[in-house]
Design a protein around this ligand. Structure first.
Ligand code: SF4
Length: 475
């Protein structure tokens, strides 16, 4: 009997990557196998992002590709998932893309699994009928399938959503409309998922939320991100923990202290400022001022002095003058943050900004501002990374890249080094011999925790996970 194959195309934030991984493992639980080749897929899922126009354009381009494929292969089943579908866009999208069989909101593979369980047409493959006889519950509860087959014992870092949705209303942001209101996952579900992940080789856990430092604020019991970090750290197989994305208004001393005191929690903060001018911040409805943000950074540095602080910035927000932009520039220069996830403002349908604020900064000007910040951050990072030159840094090795092993330091700096033997998943010390703004190189000094044995061919590992914010920023 022919094995049915699935292909998942993912764009967007780490939350989408986690959703795709969950979906892949659930599809495998009911009998599908992963393929990287759309031509041989029986089921194609597009997991989409609309946080920026560019991401939405790419999703539409991919839909056109799938439409052409389905004309040649009418039996192909197509699922559309993620923020493009949101909580209520399916009827509109159904008219626009009639070849799509099923629509799924973010983090909810239920509609696809229900679709696959429906009574089959008489002429359909018996294998599909077999798949349809299995329940969604079986898929979710099957311990074996927490990672798709090719990722098992090959995925070093896994994203684990802990807060779904967002109840804020930043005027530029489409996420609350598409991912629904904020809700925290129960700690026992999160811890169980992490134990299954570590049993399959995962060594670093990234806890995710649109506002991750609000975790647990909807619980009756006083249990928040700090408590969860300690519980995750108590799992022996977890070597490292990170969390993103924080919101400046919710970063408590307790979270910062746990980050400082618990060795498994990396000293790495993601605190989006978005703009450094108070009028722009007010127009964005971010709920803090540039002075508040400065005090926050001072507090983080006072409590946890040896750290990395990354931020997000949007340039060219409606009405942002050159002078207002320069306030953002000066704030980054003054605070010397470690990394800036930069985005040029793009109007998102239904947001308050799209409805009430004309997108009046030209493309050319947005690009000029983006480049200015980019150059500034290059200078800051060039200087800051030199502190590690000739020093030993601890690296968790993630993958092999162009003949070298590649991993990250506790401060989330990318490090490359050479070694003949398998290093995947090893915790090693590397002496740094070269630094640049975005990566460092060095020589292996010692192995502290051995690699994960018997890795499969890395070229066959599906991209359900990409390193931190190398794609689009979600927040
Ligand atoms: S930017 Fe972040 S905090 Fe603001 S609405 Fe979007 S997801 Fe929520």
């Amino acid at each position: 009997m022919k094995l049915l194959k699935y292909n998942i195309w993912t764009i967007g934030c780490q939350m989408n990557e986690a959703d795709s991984r969950h979906l892949g493992s659930q599809l495998e639980a009911i009998g599908f196998a992963m393929t990287e080749d759309p031509e041989e897929a029986d089921l194609m899922v597009l997991n989409t992002c609309v946080v920026r126009q560019q991401a939405e354009d790419r999703a539409i381009g991919r839909l056109q590709f799938v439409s052409a494929l389905k004309k040649r292969k009418p039996e192909l089943k197509v699922g559309l998932m993620g923020c493009m579908v949101g909580m209520r866009e399916a009827p509109r999208l159904q008219k626009q893309f009639p070849f799509v069989d099923v629509f799924m909101p973010p983090s909810d593979p239920g509609p696809l699994l229900d679709f696959l369980r429906k009574t089959p047409d008489d002429d359909e493959d018996a294998r599909m009928e077999d798949i349809r006889s299995k329940t969604v519950q079986n898929a979710i509860q099957d311990e074996e399938y927490i990672l798709p087959a090719l990722s098992r014992h090959n995925t070093i870092q896994a994203n684990v959503p802990i807060v779904l949705g967002c109840s804020h209303a930043c005027t530029f942001c489409v996420i609350p409309y598409r991912r629904g209101p904020e809700r925290s996952r129960l700690p026992q579900d999160i811890l169980q998922e992490i134990k299954k992940l570590t049993a399959q080789g995962v060594r670093e856990i990234m806890l995710l939320g649109q506002i991750v430092d609000r975790y647990g604020t909807d619980f009756d019991e006083p249990y928040g991100l700090a408590e969860l970090l300690l519980d995750v750290a108590a799992i022996p197989e977890v070597l490292r923990i990170r969390y993103l994305t924080g919101h400046p208004n919710y970063m408590t001393d307790r979270i910062i202290e746990v980050t400082r005191d618990e060795p498994k929690v990396m000293p790495h903060f993601e605190l989006p400022v978005q703009a450094g001018n108070n009028k722009v911040l007010e127009d964005m409805k971010r709920g803090y001022t540039r002075e508040d943000y400065r005090v926050l950074i001072e507090r983080v540095r006072r409590i946890c002095p040896d750290n990395t602080i990354n931020t997000d910035i949007i340039v060219g927000f409606p009405g942002e003058t050159d002078e207002e932009f320069m306030d953002t520039y000066e704030l980054i220069k003054e605070l010397e943050l470690d990394k800036v996830h930069l985005a040029k403002y793009s109007e998102r349908p239904k947001t308050i900004a799209a409805r009430k604020m004309p997108d009046d900064v030209s493309h050319h000007e947005k690009e000029r501002r983006r480049l200015l910040i980019d150059e500034l951050v290059d200078d800051i990072l060039t200087r800051k990374n030199q502190r590690w030159l000739h020093q030993e840094v601890e690296v968790l090795v993630e993958s092999r890249h162009k003949g070298k092993w590649r991993g990250r330091t506790p401060h989330n700096r990318l490090v490359f080094f050479a070694a003949d033997e398998n290093m995947r998943g090893a915790l090693v010390d590397v002496k740094i011999s070269f630094t640049s703004p975005y990566s460092m190189q060095g020589e292996l000094v010692r192995v502290k925790v051995p690699a994960i044995p018997q890795p499969v061919d890395v070229s066959s590992v599906p991209m359900f996970h990409r390193p931190l914010k190398e794609t689009l920023s979600a927040v």
